[in-house]
Design a protein. Sequence first.
Length: 428
Amino acid sequence: MVTKLSVRSETATLRSVVVHRPGDEIARMTQHQLDHLLFDDILSPAAAIAEHDLMSDILRGGGAEVLEIGDLLSDALARASGRERRQLLSSICAQSGVEGLADPLLDWPAPKLAEALVQGVSWSALTGAPMTLARLRRELSTGDDVALAPVPNLMFMRDPCFALHDRVVVGRMATAARAREPLLVSFAIHHAEAVAARRLLFEDAQRSTERIEGGDVMVLSEQVLVVGCSQRTSAATVERLAREAVFDAFPEVERVYAVFMPEQRSIMHLDTIVTQIDERMFLGHQPLVCGESALPVARIERDEPAQLVEGASLLDVLDRELGGVEMVPCGGADPIHQEREQWTDGANAFCLSPGRIILYSRNVHTIEALRAKGFVQVDLSTVLPPEQRAELIAKGMAEPRVVFSFSGSELSRARGGGRCLTMPIRRA
C-alpha cells in the first residue's frame, strides 16, 4: 500500500511515520568524535536500540504505520535508474571529499549500499580503491580506515526533511556531520514504492548556503506555520522558504511566524522549547515561551514585508491563532526543574493523536504537571514482554489524555526526544 502524504497539523491522528532504528553507525563513534558528531556522550548501542524499539511499539500501538528509512532507502536504490543512483553517490562522495568512491559503490547491491551509506564505508571494503592524498592524510593523522563516515544522527528523523501538506520539504543541515542526511532521506522518500512523495519542495536548498532543519518547523494549522530561527535554521532561509516555496505551493497557507531564538545548543530547535500536545494545549519551556525572557516573534504574510508581532509572546501568538490555548510548563513551576527538564527533552513531546503523547519518563516534574491537566501516565519498560506492552498501550489509547513514558536514558544523551526521533508523513 502506498502512503499518501498529508500533514496539516501537529496533533491529528498519526497514520504513518518514518523512523530510523539506530545501528552500527552509533557503535562506530568514539569519544574523540563527540563534538564533531554533535553528541554529548557515546551511547550504549544495545540500550539505545531497545529504547527506540519500545518507542516504535508505542507508535504502532497508537495505530500508525511505522516505516524504517533504511528499508525505504534500500528499496529506492533498487528502483532508481543507474543515472539517479550515480547522481546520489556522486553528491555524497563529493560532499565527503572522496569523489573517487562513487564508481566502486555503484556495483554494490541495494541493501548493502543502503546500509553502508548510513553506517559508513571503510577503505578495506573497497577492492582496488586508489590511494589518494586525502586517504593518506587521514590514515596518518587518525590511524583509521574510514572512507565514508557514518551518520549517527540519522535516528533524529525530524530534521533532514519534513512533510508539509502533501509534499516533503528538503532541509539543509547546519552542520557538516549531518549534511548527508537530506540527500539520503529525500532520495528514499522520492523513489521508494511505499511512499507517494513524487514532488519534493525546496530541493535547491542543497545547492546553496541555506540552513533549515525540521525540528524548527511547527505545522500549527492548514493556514499557519511557526518556524524557529535558531542555531540550526537561519532567518533568511525561513523567509525564502515562505515566499519562494510555501506560499507558491500551498494557496491555503496564509501566514508564517518566525520565532527568534538564541543560537545555543541547549535550545537548538524550536521543538526543544515547545511542542503541541492537544488541539489547544502546548508543552513548553515557560521562560522562553511566555515568561520574562519570552522570545520575539515576527510574522510573514503574502506580499507583505516581515513584521515584528509587537508586545506578544509565542504563547500569545498561538492563542491568537487557535483561541483558548493553554500551556503546560516543562518541569512544572520550579525554575530549576524547568531548566533541567528542558535539557533532558521534557518539552519535546510527540503527539499520536490529540491528547496522546510520548515523553521520556526521566522528566518527572513535567509529567506531574501533565497529570494535573488530566493526563494519565502509562510508563513502559524495555524489559516488558511484547504482549504486556501491547496491552498497556491499548489501555492508554483508550484514555482521553495519556502520556506514554519510557526511560530514554540512552536516547536522551544524544540530545533528542520523541518528536526529534520521528518524521510523520500522514496524519488524518
